[in-house]
Design a protein around this ligand. Structure first.
Ligand code: ADP
Ligand code: MG
Length: 237
């Protein structure tokens, strides 16, 4: 049986709107030899310019899977994601990687920094993949997150708070219209969390969008909108 997937062409999507990211009916299933997990069961959402959105929900409800599908690291089994009117889903990994470098800042729970490069070179590596014509320098980016003095530090020598700030600087290296972050304050002290919240909030005042998966009430209360996920579905947008 043929099923219409209802994916608009790029031309049809490519209209200027308030929306910077749209996810339409995302499904994601994981199979092991004994069981099937339905991690996402038809998640649709729209993120607008200038919005700070928190995604919350119990452990295992599908938040990380959703974030990975939104940024194109993972591919949904059904539905699609479009960023700036450009369809991200159902493309090759190389195409998705290019679009991600140009359009999306990604901050994962771990593994944001290459250990064999110093912080400055981590920033340059991301900028080499992006297309920003006038990127901020590594010096400027690190100053903006308050660790200008760690320019030439290797990631393994950073404290937890410094690593969180450096990871944020890397994710913003190409000044993306949207930042997607998975528990960016999960491992940091309250003072660092405050700084990160302020930096994220500040971005939205210039029209950039921020989406944060979080367990923190402080982060959720700083957000303009909270999307609640339970059992792979949006329960309360
Ligand atoms: P959350 O981030 O909300 O804690 P996840 O998105 O990580 O939840 O996981 C949602 C569900 O999908 C969980 O049941 C988890 O065990 C399962 N899952 C996630 N990734 C995989 C994977 N790669 N293989 C098998 N199951 C997975
Ligand atoms: Mg998670």
């Amino acid at each position: 049986m043929m099923i219409a997937t209802d994916t608009p062409s790029n031309e049809a999507l490519n209209q200027p709107t308030d929306a910077v990211l749209e996810a339409h009916e995302l499904y994601r299933f994981f199979h092991t030899s004994t069981e099937e997990t339905m991690a996402l069961r038809g998640v649709s959402l729209t993120i607008n310019r200038g919005e700070f959105v928190a995604i919350v929900g119990p452990s295992g409800c599908g938040k990380s899977t959703l974030l990975h599908c939104l940024c194109g690291i993972d591919v949904p089994d059904g539905g699609y994601v479009a960023v700036e009117g450009i369809r991200l889903s159902r493309r090759t990994e190389i195409e998705r990687g290019k679009l991600r470098a140009q359009l999306i800042g990604v901050l994962l729970q771990s593994g944001n920094l290459f250990d064999h490069l110093d912080v400055a070179d981590n920033i340059r590596a991301v900028q080499a993949l992006g297309s920003s014509r006038a990127p901020l320098s590594p010096e400027q980016l690190l100053a903006s997150v308050g660790i200008a003095d760690r320019l030439h530090a290797r990631p393994s020598t950073l404290s937890g708070g410094e690593a969180a700030r450096a990871s944020l600087a890397v994710s913003l290296a190409n000044d993306p219209p949207i930042l997607l972050a998975d528990e960016p304050t999960g491992e940091v002290d309250e003072a660092t969390e405050r700084v990160l919240i302020d930096l994220l909030t500040e971005r939205t005042t210039s029209g950039k969008a921020v989406v944060v998966v979080t367990h923190s009430d402080r982060v959720a209360s700083a957000a303009h909108r909270v999307i609640r996920i339970a059992d792979g579905k949006v329960v309360d947008a």
